[in-house]
Design a protein around this ligand. Structure first.
Ligand code: ATP
Length: 285
């Protein structure tokens, strides 16, 4: 049996996922180091979302396993995985649009509520107050950190796309994650919104100590932020390593050329300035 790397928070081991005749993932393996920003990239249809859905428990793999801190997640439903410390955002924003920003954030903490209607009977009022106070502290810290105090009472539907994505990040943070899965965090954002989000992602890792696993098409962002990049093509891992290695890998270049998705890699080369010279970006090192 394969040993678990000491610093690994998540191990994806030999995962195969099938939809009828379509093999979305074939024997996919990779590790996510604790405290890292790890990205999964690949052309359209490569299997990135399938990996995320398997990790968060929405899809059941036909073979393989996923280990969180060395413990198999097999058989655990998505809420159980979330309670363990595995939070995620979605490619298409999954917020309650009619509800306020604050109420959406409060929903995030729901997976950690200790007191259900029955539990409340055995929970002293003092302990309940204490728990409520702690929750409020976390909410305030998140609101302050993500600079969304001015919109806390606004309904989500009234916000710009970039702000909605930020609220989604806030809700994920309220789940007190140990690892945060971000599915295309900057898709559809303008340049300024993208740079803000990049800054927040770096700070989530640095200030909150949360490991990040993200799927993203924006190559500039992936290469600037990631410590480690895993490349998928046709459901298989074709390369993994530090950004510079992956970018120079001929098989990766071929995969992007072959898929007609070469603009994604080209976008990277258009912006040749080092990360430190780009406004809003800081080196992931
Ligand atoms: N629910 C599903 N039913 C059937 N086939 C699916 C389903 N979800 C994904 N697939 C197939 O599995 C493969 C991988 O899809 P997936 O969405 O994981 O790729 P992706 O890399 O996330 O793509 P994109 O970059 O376009 O979001 C594709 O061939 C896709 O058509």
């Amino acid at each position: 049996m394969q040993a678990v790397a000491n610093d690994s928070i998540l191990d994806v081991r030999g995962v195969t996922l099938q939809f009828g005749g379509v093999k979305a993932l074939s024997d996919v393996s990779f590790n996510v180091a604790e405290g890292s920003i790890t990205s999964v990239i690949g052309p359209n249809g490569a299997g990135k979302t399938s990996v995320f859905n398997t990790i968060s428990g929405f899809y059941k793999p036909a073979a393989g396993d996923i280990l969180f801190r060395g413990k198999s997640l097999s058989g655990m439903a998505p809420p159980q995985r979330a309670a363990l410390g595995l939070a995620r955002s979605f490619q298409n924003i999954a917020l309650f649009r009619g509800m306020t920003v604050l109420d959406n954030i409060k929903l995030g903490r729901h997976c950690h509520l200790k007191t259900g209607p029955l539990g409340a009977l055995f929970f002293t009022p003092r302990a309940r107050r204490e728990e409520e106070r702690l929750r409020q502290e976390i909410e305030e810290r998140i609101i302050d950190f993500l600079e969304i105090d001015h919109i806390r009472k606004a309904p989500v539907a009234s916000l710009s796309y970039g702000l909605q994505k930020r609220v989604e990040l806030a809700r994920a943070l309220a789940m007190k994650p140990q690892i945060l899965l971000l599915d295309e965090p900057v898709a559809g954002m303008n340049r300024e919104e993208t740079e803000d989000m990049a800054r927040f992602i770096l700070e989530v890792r640095r200030e909150w100590g949360v490991t990040i696993l993200m799927v993203e098409h924006d190559m500039s962002m992936v290469m600037d932020l990631s410590d480690h990049v895993v490349v998928l093509n046709f459901g298989q891992v074709i390369a993994s390593g530090i950004p510079a290695e992956v970018q120079a890998n001929p098989e990766v270049i071929r995969a992007y050329l072959g898929s007609g998705d070469v603009h994604a890699l080209r976008a990277r080369y258009k912006r040749t300035a080092p990360a430190s010279e780009k406004p809003g970006f800081r080196s992931a090192a």
